[in-house]
Write a protein that binds this ligand. Structure first.
Ligand code: GUN
Ligand code: ZN
Length: 428
């Protein structure tokens, strides 16, 4: 099989810059190269040496562009693609007004396929090579998503969203059907190609204790799967959970009590956490996912990136489309930076890029497989033009180093900054 040698400035990580000095973790090589062989990264290093060692490789010269691991979106809702940027509501009203009516449309498998294909195309055009998605309650919505991702060779994580209360009649399943459908989908898709199944109760308010217990039992039967849900996003939601589960110690306990707390749990938002919740997530090394454009757009609050990372939690980064207001992980990093500033912390570009690649991969328990510019990883690669618009170019022109050259693209870039994308070694 042909080898490709990509030339450019490379950005790779050898550690977690949220808990170790970023200077010791981030490796920039302005004379870098990445060798792709059989869909995987076979070498990352100096371009002169790699050219000499692999004279037969096809050369793709990206000049000064930045070669990074492809972005990994650790939490989103592909069924909400067409209703992104819907005005004027906070979480519960937003779900009832916009989200549930849109998700009801996914009873039509043709509509599900249309939106799944559109979402995967939008992701790739924004440099995102892995999506982690909630689907709808309809099993065909899960098939549609995995099929669309497989057609593009994308590694994805997804599952049937389960809800058996507090949702419109057209959108509820039962404890038993949620178990049966999830199990059948898991057996059909998990580990097939690059598909990974995640057991997916939407959140405690829309699942009865019976449904949570049924999904907890399913997770016990399939502990290699991820389990994704939402946790402590807004104060009204937390108060509602308290009413619905009066004996629970806190929000996390509504999952813990039913077997839905574990290291392979992925808890979206996790903003307003109680000390006990942080302790438990920390003990388990569970994953929490920061969704910054969503957290400002829906008015949820300020995620504590450094505090939670210091406690040993895996912290992914995500668009949360369509509660989030962008398909771009660049915008998402910008929003994470702004939320950091509101907490008195200036996250370094290395920390932001790590969150969008390695950090999300770690939250998904896929470290070294995706989100990683290193030998043995899938060749899921994004190439960034750091002067993609006149506004960015004029700021880029006075950059004093590579980080200063990258930061304007993080803050102001969009899909125009995506020079190229490779998925499993295939150029898109
Ligand atoms: N909580 C429960 N469902 C959702 C959803 O679809 N989006 C967001 N942002 N939060 C949720
Ligand atoms: Zn969500």
């Amino acid at each position: 099989m042909t080898q490709q040698l990509l030339l450019g400035t490379t950005l790779a990580f050898e550690g977690n810059p949220l808990i170790t000095a970023w200077e010791d973790c981030a490796k920039i090589d302005t004379h870098g190269a990445v060798l792709i062989d059989s869909g995987q990264i076979a070498a990352v290093g100096d371009r002169t040496q790699l050219r000499a060692a692999h004279p037969q490789a096809d050369i793709v010269n990206y000049g000064d562009d930045l070669i990074t691991a492809g972005f990994v979106d650790a939490h989103m809702h592909y069924p909400q693609t067409a209703m992104i940027a819907s005005w004027g509501k906070q979480l519960i009203d937003w779900l009832n007004t916009y989200t549930f009516p849109e998700e009801a449309r996914f009873a039509d498998p043709a509509y599900a396929a249309e939106i799944a294909w559109r979402t995967c195309d939008l992701a790739l055009s924004h440099g995102t090579t892995t999506l982690t998605s909630f689907c709808t309650i309809h099993p065909a919505s899960v098939d549609a998503f995995f099929e669309a991702a497989a057609a593009r060779g994308m590694a994805v994580v997804a599952g049937k969203t389960c809800m058996d209360r507090n949702a419109p009649a057209a959108l509820v399943d039962t404890a038993q059907s949620a178990y049966d459908d999830s199990k059948a989908l898991l057996q059909k898709w998990h580990g097939v190609g690059r598909a990974n199944y995640a057991i997916t109760p939407r959140f405690s308010p829309t699942s009865t204790p019976d449904q949570l217990a049924a999904l907890g039992a399913l997770w016990t039967e399939h502990p290699d799967c991820l389990m994704q849900t939402h946790l402590s996003e807004q104060h009204d939601e937390i108060a509602w959970v308290r009413d619905l589960f009066p004996t629970a110690r806190d929000y996390l306990d509504t999952y813990e009590a039913y077997g839905l707390l574990g290291a392979k749990g992925l808890y979206g938002h996790a903003i307003h956490l109680e000390p006990r919740e942080i302790d438990r997530l920390s003990e388990l090394g569970a994953g929490v996912v920061h969704c910054p454009t969503s957290n400002t757009f829906i008015g949820s609050g300020l995620f504590d990136t450094l505090g939670l990372a210091a406690r040993g939690l895996r912290t992914g980064l995500a668009t949360d489309t369509g509660g989030g207001s962008s398909f771009s992980m660049l915008h998402t990093m910008a929003a994470a930076y702004e939320i950091g500033q509101l907490r008195g912390v200036a996250l370094h570009p290395a920390q932001l890029m790590w969150k969008a690649t390695e950090g999300s991969a770690a939250a998904l328990h896929m470290s070294g497989q995706i989100g990683h510019l290193g030998v043995g990883s899938a060749a899921d690669i994004t190439v960034l033009n750091l002067a993609s618009t006149p506004a960015i170019a004029q700021r880029h022109a006075r950059a004093v180093d590579v980080w200063d050259a990258l930061f304007p693209t993080i803050m102001m870039g969009d899909d125009r900054a995506i020079r190229d994308v490779w998925v499993g070694g295939a150029r898109q």
